[in-house]
Write a protein that binds this ligand. Structure first.
Ligand code: CUA
Length: 343
């Protein structure tokens, strides 16, 4: 069994082992008795058949009453666990989950969206799940929870993590080609670490260089599942050297992939589909700031994009020797910022 990292992992496990042990013991008992009886009561010369007993009230009561008690016991503890899982405590921390082919979005109360599920340790967390396309299923083995994400409705589940660490999160409902790749991480952190992570994660666009922030959007918002960075075509075209490249669309139009084309492709994925690819890209809700840095990132990995990131300081720039270091630094930084997101 995987790690036990949630409050009801223990309860689920002992019931599972209880049922497993009963089944194993019964299986072994039946097999042993069967072989024994076949051997012991086989037909042999010199032995005549004896009449089989037709009825035994004591035996029949025994094998009716004992299994009934065992089954009611299993039902009681199973049902209690089921009710517990179905009823989130009122003070639970709420995270909205959106599944789509083939990635997860976790939306935090401060508006931050992440592809990994960060949760505070030892606090009840409620997940509200939905899907953008087909049925997916959120499965965290270490927490012993599994819940479907269904398009057009909301499902909920909850858990209380009990151990700091990283655990796997899978999609457990076959949802197409990349179903098996719909994997991400659950990160259980100390509540204080979690809060500071959330605060930082929430404004990374303001604090990181645009191309780097764009790379994060690429990794965290589901672009990476279909668009490679190494030049190979997957479900969608590669992003390597895409910026500035000539693109042939399904309707025969040819255009150069510039900032506006990239923006349109994100805002309206089915509008201009590249020849040779299916119209399967989902609409991913990115705001303008996120689109800006994503475009900055796509530009940064294209050989067609050559913009200067250094300002020519000229002859005057080197005169003030004392302040030169600081000045150059300041200018270079500012300039990287503006070339990245400026267009
Ligand atoms: Cu999503 Cu399988």
């Amino acid at each position: 069994m995987p790690d036990q990292a949630s409050s009801y992992a223990g309860e689920v496990d002992w019931l599972f082992y209880f049922i497993l042990i009963i089944c194993t013991v019964m299986f072994a008992l039946i097999c042993v008795l069967m072989v024994l009886f076949v051997w012991r009561y086989r037909a042999r010369p010199g032995h005549s058949e004896t009449r089989t007993a037709s009825h035994s009230t004591a035996l029949e009561l025994t094998w009716t009453i004992i299994p009934t008690i065992v089954v009611m016991f299993i039902f009681y503890y199973g049902f209690r666990g089921f009710l517990d899982m179905a009823t989130p405590p009122p003070n639970a921390y709420e995270i909205n989950v959106t599944a789509r082919k083939w990635s997860w979005d976790f939306l935090y109360p401060n508006g931050h969206v992440d592809s990994e599920l960060h949760v505070p340790n030892d606090r009840p967390v409620r997940l509200v799940l939905t899907s953008q396309d087909v049925i997916h299923s959120l499965f965290i083995p270490a927490f012993r929870i599994k819940k479907d994400a269904v398009p057009g409705r909301y499902n909920q589940t909850w858990f209380r993590p009990t151990r700091i660490g990283e655990y796997d999160l899978f999609c457990a409902e076959y949802c197409g080609t990349q179903h098996s790749g719909m994997i991400t991480k659950v990160i259980v952190e100390d509540p204080a670490v979690f809060s500071s992570w959330l605060e930082k994660a929430g404004n990374f666009i303001d604090t990181m260089p645009p191309a780097e922030a764009g790379k994060r959007i690429y990794e965290k918002r589901g672009c990476a599942q279909c668009h490679s960075l190494d030049g190979t075509a997957s479900t969608g075209p590669t992003l390597k050297n895409l910026f500035g490249e000539k693109v042939l669309l399904t309707d025969g139009t040819e255009l150069i992939a510039d900032e506006n084309y990239l923006r349109r492709s994100i805002k309206d994925p089915g509008g201009e589909v590249v020849r040779g690819f299916e119209n399967v890209m989902p609409l991913i809700n990115l705001n303008d700031a996120e689109i800006n840095v994503l475009i900055a990132f796509i530009k940064s990995i294209s050989e067609h994009y050559q913009a200067s990131t250094q300002v020519d300081l000229g002859t005057n720039g080197a005169t003030a020797t004392g302040a030169a270091d600081a000045t150059t630094h300041g200018v270079a930084n500012e300039n990287t910022q503006s070339t990245g997101s400026g267009n």
